[in-house]
Design a protein around this ligand. Structure first.
Ligand code: 3HC
Length: 314
């Protein structure tokens, strides 16, 4: 199965940087990293340089491998464009640079992702794979947004609409992407078999094992993980045990590398809340209702490791 000749990664947060790194280092695919915010790109690339230097110093890769991986990555931000910073300009720029697969790793918000998929569908060539690293948002819904990007004359049920929706797929990596061995691949209702196979081949080339999940809220991974994290937060809220004892129970009693509260901080409390809201809104099942404490912490700007404060201080 053919790998992408040029991959574009949208969003230079912790997931986008990790995906760009494994695609370049492991799959040896040229990568265009796009983020609206240039400071996010420089911060992300700085982190990537540190990871590559650490791999070199540990003898995991050669210095030449690290240099080649870094050289395969170019970045663009809204300010790279000579004209205005509206969304279509960046999407066209990715198209002009030969992008034949995109992995979107922007914030976990439906409106943001829908805007990105509309712009991509309008600008990219018809055979480009449009993948999302979403943790929980429906791939079928994002495929619908992509069809809308073709303009009012194209319906979702028309041949053109179907073939556009057919190239949208979920490729769900796990944090930290260079370390975690899994990629969960999610076909939407309209995803074509060829797109699914290209997505799987890409994940394997990035060094990942692949599982497949139906397009249900949270897919398999977060439908299991998020109630677990939420239950731990509720235990803290009800003072069933202290923060440290909750985490210690799972680490020492069950062999988890991190306790659920530490893991929530690591994922980002805003991301955990967004996923839990998607699960709850998508199922109306009370078992997915986010805890009040989680919402309050996000209101306070305590987002976990990335903001310096969550259940722990960093
Ligand atoms: N990025 C890249 N590499 C990282 C990293 C990061 N953010 N953090 C740690 N690492 C690497 C280290 O460099 C080190 O590499 P090395 O073996 O080459 O030296 C290796 O991971 C181990 O790191 P440490 O020795 O510093 O620390 P630990 O042994 O405590 O491991 C951990 C850190 C790998 C993060 C481990 O605690 C772990 O596996 N935690 C669970 C992570 C997890 O469950 N992730 C999934 C979250 S859910 C998700 O992503 C889905 C989404 O939809 C919510």
């Amino acid at each position: 199965m053919a790998l992408p000749r040029t991959l574009s990664v949208i969003g230079a947060g912790q997931m986008g940087i990790g995906i760009a790194l494994v695609a370049s280092l492991r799959a040896k695919i040229p990568v265009i990293l796009y983020d609206r915010d240039p400071s996010q790109i420089s911060k992300g690339l700085g982190f990537m340089d540190k990871l590559l230097a650490k791999d070199v110093s540990k003898g995991k890769i050669s210095e030449d491998d690290a240099k080649a991986a870094r050289a395969r990555i170019v970045s663009i931000s809204s300010t790279s464009s000579s004209s205005s910073s509206d969304e279509l300009n960046w999407a066209r720029e990715l198209a002009e640079r030969g992008t034949d697969m995109v992995v979107e790793a922007a914030s976990e918000r439906l409106s943001i992702k829908e805007g990105i998929f509309r712009a991509l569908a309008e600008s990219l060539s018809k055979d480009a794979v449009l993948a999302s690293n979403t943790s929980s948002i429906s791939i079928t819904k994002l495929a619908g947004a992509a069809v809308d990007g073709l303009g009012p004359g194209v319906s979702r049920a028309s041949a053109e609409g179907k073939s556009c929706a057919g190239r949208v797929v979920g490729v769900h990596f796990f944090n930290p992407v260079p370390v975690m061995k899994l990629c969960e691949v999610i076909p939407g209702l309209q995803t074509s078999e060829a797109t699914l196979e290209r997505a799987k081949a890409f994940a394997v080339a990035c060094g990942k094992e692949v599982t497949t999940s139906k397009d249900v809220p949270g897919f398999v991974s977060n439908a299991l993980l998020m109630p677990f994290i939420n239950e731990a937060i509720m235990c803290l809220e009800s003072r069933t045990a202290t923060r440290d004892d909750i985490d210690k129970t799972l680490r020492l009693g069950m062999g988890h590398p991190m306790g659920p509260l530490q893991l929530a901080d690591f994922i980002g409390l805003d991301t955990c809340l967004a996923i839990q809201e998607t699960l709850y809104e998508g199922t109306h099942d009370s078992k997915y209702r986010p805890s009040i404490l989680l919402g309050r912490m996000v209101d306070a700007g305590w987002l976990g490791k990335k903001s310096g404060k969550g259940f722990y201080d960093y």
